[in-house]
Design a protein around this ligand. Structure first.
Ligand SMILES: NC(=O)c1ccc[n+]([C@@H]2O[C@H](COP(=O)([O-])OP(=O)(O)OC[C@H]3O[C@@H](n4cnc5c(N)ncnc54)[C@H](OP(=O)(O)O)[C@@H]3O)[C@@H](O)[C@H]2O)c1
Length: 244
C-alpha cells in the first residue's frame, strides 16, 4: 500500500488538478437565459428545420413565444404535428405550422421551398438546424452520401432557394447550426459521393459541419450590404446569439 501512497501523494497530482481546474474555468459556460432577451418577433416569419425535437424545437418554441409566425420544417408528419400542438399550447401562439421536408433529399427540399415561396409573402429567419450524426453508410437517390446530403447539401440548397425571398424581407437572418467538432473536419469533394471516408469517431459528421461553417462564412461575405445576414453557429459556444 505504501507504493500507492507514494504515487498519489506526488506533487504532480496537485499540479495536474490545478491545470484541470484552470482549463474548466476557462471553458465554463454561462447559462443561456432566453427570458433575459426582450426581442419581440411579431410580424416576423421564421422557418426552423428539425423543429420537432431537441434544439430545433426549443428555438421554435422561443420564436413562437416572441410572437413570430413559425414554420416547423420536419420530416415526420406525426412527430412534427405533436411538436406543433405542444408549441402552440406552451406559447399560446396559434400561428405555428408544420411543413414537411427531408433535408437528405434534393427533391423534397425543392418541393418544400416551392410551397414556401407560394405561401409566404415574407421570410425573416431561417434556422438550418436539422442534422444527424452517426448515420450508417448510405448513398441517397441523388448520389450523395447521406450525412453530407442531410447536414450540408440539403440545407445549402434550401438556403439558396429561399434567399431571394429573404433578401426581399430584409432585415433577415440565416442561422446554420454547426458543431464544435467542425475543427476535426476536412475538405475533400470525393466525400460527397461516399468515397475516401472514415466512419470512426464521428469524422463524417465533422466534415459536414465544417462545410456548414465554410459556406455560411462565404454567404455572409456575399450578403454584405443586403440587410440579410448569415451566421454559422457553433451550438456549444454561441447559443445566446440565436435570437439577436
Ligand atoms: N446536441 C448537441 O450537443 C449538438 C452539438 C453540436 C451540434 N449540434 C447540432 O445541432 C442540431 C440539432 O441537434 P439536436 O441535438 O437538437 O439533435 P436531435 O435532437 O437529434 O434533433 C435533430 C432534428 O433534426 C431532424 N432531422 C434529422 N435528419 C433529418 C432529415 N433528413 N430531414 C429533416 N429533418 C431531419 C430530426 O428529425 P427526426 O426527429 O425526424 O429524426 C430532429 O428534428 C444538429 O444540426 C446538430 O448537428 C448539436
Amino acid at each position: 500500500m505504501e507504493w500507492m501512497w507514494n504515487i498519489f501523494s506526488h506533487p504532480l497530482w496537485a499540479f495536474c488538478a490545478l491545470v484541470l481546474g484552470l482549463v474548466m474555468w476557462a471553458q465554463r459556460r454561462r447559462l443561456w437565459e432566453p427570458r433575459a432577451c426582450h426581442v419581440e418577433l411579431k410580424g416576423k416569419t421564421a422557418i426552423v428545420t428539425g423543429a420537432n425535437t431537441g434544439i430545433g424545437k426549443f428555438v421554435a418554441l422561443d420564436f413562437a413565444r416572441r410572437g413570430a409566425r413559425v414554420i416547423l420544417a420536419c420530416r415526420s408528419e406525426a412527430r412534427g404535428s405533436a411538436a406543433m400542438r405542444e408549441i402552440r399550447q406552451r406559447s399560446g401562439n396559434e400561428d405555428v405550422h408544420l411543413r414537411l421536408v427531408d433535408t437528405s433529399s434534393l427533391t423534397s427540399v425543392r418541393e418544400f421551398a416551392d410551397r414556401i415561396l407560394k405561401e409566404e409573402k415574407q421570410l425573416h429567419i431561417l434556422v438550418n438546424n436539422a442534422g444527424a450524426s452517426g448515420l450508417p453508410t448510405q448513398i441517397t437517390s441523388d448520389g450523395l452520401e447521406v450525412s453530407f446530403a442531410t447536414n450540408h447539401v440539403g440545407p445549402f440548397l434550401l438556403t439558396n432557394l429561399l434567399l431571394d425571398l429573404m433578401k426581399r424581407s430584409a432585415p433577415a437572418r440565416i442561422v446554420t447550426v454547426s458543431s464544435a467538432s467542425h475543427w476535426r473536419g476536412a475538405v475533400d469533394f470525393s466525400h460527397f459521393h461516399g468515397d475516401n471516408l472514415t466512419y470512426l469517431v464521428a469524422r463524417v459528421y465533422s466534415h459536414t459541419k465544417l462545410y456548414n461553417i465554410i459556406c455560411t462564412n462565404e454567404l455572409a461575405r456575399r450578403l454584405q450590404g443586403t440587410g440579410t445576414s448569415s451566421r454559422g453557429q457553433d451550438v456549444m459556444t454561441e447559443q445566446k446569439e440565436w435570437v439577436a
